[in-house]
Design a protein around this ligand. Structure first.
Ligand code: NAD
Ligand code: UD1
Length: 335
């Protein structure tokens, strides 16, 4: 299949590009580099054995998306392109509505007029807000407490309306839990710009000496050690879930699935695993809770297993070793 990857130069998109190429598909990367670096393309070429087709453009440019779909004979789109910083979305909601909601709308309009009707949408466990029960299955109530989450929910609603209007659409909504780690080559990985918002990239920068110490946001949660519990998923498992989703999309049609391992780890457990993986101490200090954070989030992986025939293979130690492998080889991220 020829698959358009919007946001294909980003963290998850770049790993998906390699996975698609290795599975014999043709990934076409579409990105405006607002949160990634052009040098990722050379790494992708080296890993895929050839330069990948690439379009530098904004998804809100409907004509550019339309051209890419037509010229590259695109059969399915995986829509990663979005802004994803929760705190920034609270400060700049219009930026998030414009980029994430406007971007999806533009993409769907382009797809509608070309006849390409298969889409995989990057959603997030953030749509479950502060869950009333764990493990979280897909029928758990959804809601939002920040603009980022709102853009993901609105995106899901757009897609649902479209499906109802025209059943020839095939829509996969994938709600990711916490992706971490990198490609086994260590050539591509997560390279946040500025101060990392997320736990594992922050720990990685402490381990490699770029930052002094981690702040542990909250030690008084109702969890075994008082720190927040999350469902971390290896990026290689996550992209395998996307390949399974694309296959099911073609064979059976639309679906909505959580992608996580089904197991939760606390911040302290992640610190311990990273210290083991890197062989370095991870200095940390306890800090107040981060506004908007919740105690415990992990998925019920049942639907992913039954519907996609997929389940995560890697555990926390694998994820930390993989993150460290990338970080050690690229202490300052991509050139
Ligand atoms: P990322 O920032 O690394 O990648 C996103 C890519 O999209 C970047 O390369 C960026 O330049 C590009 N982009 C953004 N807006 C664009 C636009 N208007 N036009 C063209 N390109 C644009 O993020 P990621 O971690 O790879 O996340 C991918 C998707 O998965 C996002 O939709 C994100 O919301 C979702 N998601 C991510 C996580 C996570 O923890 N990483 C969790 C849940 C959901
Ligand atoms: C965050 C986003 C969420 C996104 C997810 C995956 C928020 C509120 N939510 O979720 O929308 O889908 O990332 O990318 O930002 N922690 C620390 N110190 C740090 C960083 C994090 O103690 O420096 C703790 C957090 O309090 C949390 C855990 O580590 O308990 C995981 O945090 P993080 O990696 O940011 O992921 P989420 O909060 O789950």
């Amino acid at each position: 299949m020829n698959v358009l990857l919007t946001g294909g130069a980003g963290y998850i998109g770049s790993h998906m590009a390699v996975a698609l190429a290795q599975a014999g598909h043709l990934p076409v990367v579409f990105d405006n580099f607002c949160n990634s670096k052009p040098s990722v393309m050379a790494r992708l070429a080296a890993l895929c054995g050839d330069a990948l087709p690439f379009v530098e453009a904004d998804v809100r440019d409907t004509a550019a998306v339309l051209r890419a779909i037509t010229e590259r004979r695109i059969e399915a789109v995986v829509h990663f392109a979005a802004l994803k910083a929760v705190g920034e979305s609270v400060a700049k909601p219009l930026l998030y509505f414009e980029n994430n909601v406007g971007g999806l709308l533009s993409l769907l309009q382009a797809m509608q007029s070309t006849g390409c009707r298969q889409i995989v949408f990057s959603s997030s466990a953030v749509v479950y807000g502060d869950p009333s029960r764990v493990p979280i299955s897909e029928d758990h109530a959804v809601g939002y407490t920040n603009a980022y989450a709102q853009t993901k929910l609105v995106g899901e609603q757009f897609l649902e309306a479209l499906l109802q209007s025209d059943p020839s659409w095939r829509v996969a909504v994938l709600r990711y839990f916490n992706p971490v780690g990198a490609h086994p080559s260590g050539q591509i990985g997560e390279d946040p710009s500025g101060i990392p918002n997320n736990l594992v990239p922050y720990i990685a920068q402490v381990a490699v000496g770029r930052r002094d110490r981690l702040q542990v946001f909250g030690s008084d949660y109702a969890t075994p050690d008082g720190t927040g519990v999350r469902d971390y998923i290896h990026i290689q498992d996550l992209v395998a879930g996307h390949l399974a989703s694309l296959r099911v999309l073609g064979e059976q049609g639309s679906h909505l699935v959580n992608l996580g391992t089904g197991k939760g780890y606390s911040v302290m457990e992640v610190i311990g695993a990273y210290a083991r993986a890197s062989g370095r101490p991870i200095p940390y200090e306890m800090a107040p809770r981060r506004p908007g954070d919740v105690a415990t989030v992990f998925t019920d992986p049942t639907r992913a297993q039954s519907l996609l025939g997929w389940q995560a293979q890697f555990g926390l130690d694998d994820m930390c070793r993989s993150s460290w492998h990338w970080q050690q080889q690229n202490p300052n991220g991509y050139p």
